[in-house]
Design a protein around this ligand. Sequence first.
Ligand code: OVM
Length: 405
Amino acid sequence: MTTTALTAVAAVDPFSPEVLSDPLPFQAALRDAGPVVRLTRYDDLYGMGRYADAHAALVDWQRFCSSAGVGLSNFRREAPWRPPSLLLEADPPHHDAPRRVLAPILGPRALRRLRERWFAVAEEHVDTLLAGAGPVLEVDAMPALAEAFPLRVFPDAVGIPREGREHLLPYGDHLFNAFGPPNDLVAKGAPHVAEHAGWVNAQCAREVLSDDGFGAAIWAAADRGDITHDQAPLVVRSLLSAGVDTTVHGLGAVLRAMATHPGAWDRLRADPRLSRVAFEEAIRWESPVQTFFRTAEVDVAIGDTVVPEGAKILMFLGSANHDPRHWDDPDAFDLDRDPSGHVGFGMGLHQCVGQHVARLEAEALLTALAARVARIEVAAEPTRHLNNTMHAFATQPMRLHLAGL
Ligand code: OVM
């Protein structure tokens, strides 16, 4: 790459509306510019877009720490907008007790208890949507499927009351914006943060939570002494922070993949067990969580560049998931590839603790749709919902062609 080209990519704002709405061209230039690039729009900021280097940094928690925040803001210099997450924004050893508590609560064994119910809810949800529709239903798949299904099953599983759940998506939207720079997206959310955050924080109290959900299990861990009673509400807050918007846009991704790859949908209908690999490949392909930052704990040499201690490094998860140095034909959604090793759920000790929950939601919804919908057709091009962290859809107008009609 020429010096001019390198200077040009380094000067791009990765959080501009242009890049957020269509990130792949910028990410390709970023990868070509080197293993690490100083992003000159912001002070002390570096970016990593290649799979090998981003992966290596994500597993190197000793040198690329999270406790100074995983957004642009450095908690060692600036006060965070909310008390830091005990999981996401913590390093070992503090990180480890909350993680050890949460992992089995959201693990495959515990989820077996929810599997039948979530499949039944998905069937009922899709049946209700399709009822009386005739042979073809035209629908916006974002509110009708990608948002409605997780908003039905996940808050119930956490054990929060029905009342007020409309705060969950705007809270998550602001939280994911707030990892980025203080741009217009953050300013637009700011006037309403206090009411959303106030409601979310109130749902983390023991008295508010049902006695059989993920929330109660976190409080029970505090009673056993595995975490403190002061930590319990913040661990519940992590579920309500990380568990809603992420799955909405993960489901949005796999629905987009199925609408644009009718052959893949035919195969999934014939064998709904393919919904697991379809979801995983959609997470790689779309990378709903595009970026997270780390902070250099010491001076770190990467290639010819030294990232100085205290600098922020932006990990481009979506870019790593599209790196042709690692993936064949990375921009293609391909049901036949092995997407494992993608960094869409992160990598290393912070790798998504809720990934089994997300996969179960996707499997339940896709299986219900596969039994009832012969073809998913794009009715109009989707529109993007811009967010500093999430690659998200606002709308996805689709036509669902009913099976057997
Ligand atoms: C948390 C948290 C919040 C947002 C995202 C996330 C993707 C975690 O509060 O722990 O992980």
